[in-house]
Design a protein around this ligand. Structure first.
Ligand code: GTP
Ligand code: MG
Length: 272
């Protein structure tokens, strides 16, 4: 016979679907294995298509049954992956901090997902966690924390530094992941607003990233080589309004602002 207690427990249980995305070899499968099986496999065993697993977690008074779809990162498996994007509540976006290309590929992973999901509205009902993985390999690190955090937080995504090898950050990351998914389900399927308001805009974040990656002072100010004093000053004023430390709290804004001031000074020195 079904008792009131079992009914209450059923009401509090949740079933969710999460997927992992990111380039091949960044450590998606190892992160999941570290969490579910508490172990690390140093040998690379590429995921063929999709790996599927189930785990149960407790978030506050709810039991969550998590269906994990671990995707293959290799482009070859696109046809297999594309039908698994739909109906996900959570996405683990993983890159390797020692491989810049895997960080830069995050936009195209989002792009692939958006294309399969159809409308932007669907993307707003998903919790995204960015894992900057392999932080144990400090000597080969090329993408620093500020850059990764900026990319993630400017999009309303969580950011965690992880190592599937040492276990660093893994439990904290999954706890935050499942707790946010539960919050979202309790919030009628919408990501709670507090998570998305990070105090700076995507334009500010993208500009800081562009400045960091610029090849020279012209490029930094966004003007053509040989631009006039007026053009340089106009471009400078626009960036100064956007990035002034009094107005911009995005990580890295102070350094970006200083770099812009220096770029303007050096360009003006050489323009008559
Ligand atoms: P695909 O399935 O091909 O998309 O790759 P994946 O992202 O699932 O990568 P996987 O988890 O198989 O790991 C790739 C390689 O990186 C393996 O040799 C792992 O042992 C290694 N690796 C994964 N995570 C870490 C980590 O945090 N630190 C170190 N040092 N190595 C790691
Ligand atoms: Mg894998």
């Amino acid at each position: 016979m079904e008792t009131t207690a079992t009914k209450r427990r059923d009401k509090k249980s949740l079933r969710v679907k999460v997927i992992s995305l990111g380039n091949a070899e960044v450590g998606k499968s190892c992160i999941i294995k570290r969490y579910c099986e508490k172990r690390f496999v140093p040998k690379y065993l590429a995921t063929i298509g999709i790996d599927y697993g189930v785990t149960k977690v407790q978030v506050r008074d709810r039991e969550i049954k998590v269906n994990i779809f671990d995707m293959a990162g290799h482009p070859f498996f696109y046809e297999v992956r594309n039908e698994f994007y739909k109906d996900s509540q959570g996405v683990l976006l993983v890159y390797d901090v020692g491989v810049r290309e895997s960080f830069e590929a995050l936009d195209s992973w989002l792009g692939e997902m958006k294309q399969e999901m159809g409308s932007q509205a669907n993307m707003d009902s998903i919790v995204f966690i960015v894992c900057a993985n392999k932080v144990d390999l400090t000597k080969r690190r090329v993408v620093d924390e500020g850059e990764g955090r900026l990319w993630a937080e400017s999009r309303g995504f969580h950011y965690f530094e992880t190592s599937a090898q040492s276990g660093e950050g893994i439990n904290e990351m999954f706890q935050a992941f499942f707790s946010s998914i539960t919050d979202m389900c309790e919030n009628g399927g919408k990501r709670p607003v507090s998570e998305v308001s990070v105090g700076f805009t995507k334009e500010q974040a993208d500009t800081i990233r562009r400045i960091r990656n610029s090849k020279d002072s012209w490029d930094m100010l966004g003007v053509k080589p040989g631009a006039t004093r007026e053009e340089v000053n106009k471009a400078y004023r626009k960036l100064a309004v956007l990035l002034h430390p009094d107005k911009c709290v995005a990580p890295g804004s102070e350094d970006a602002f200083k770099a812009v001031v220096n770029a303007r000074t050096s360009l003006l020195k050489n323009i008559k």
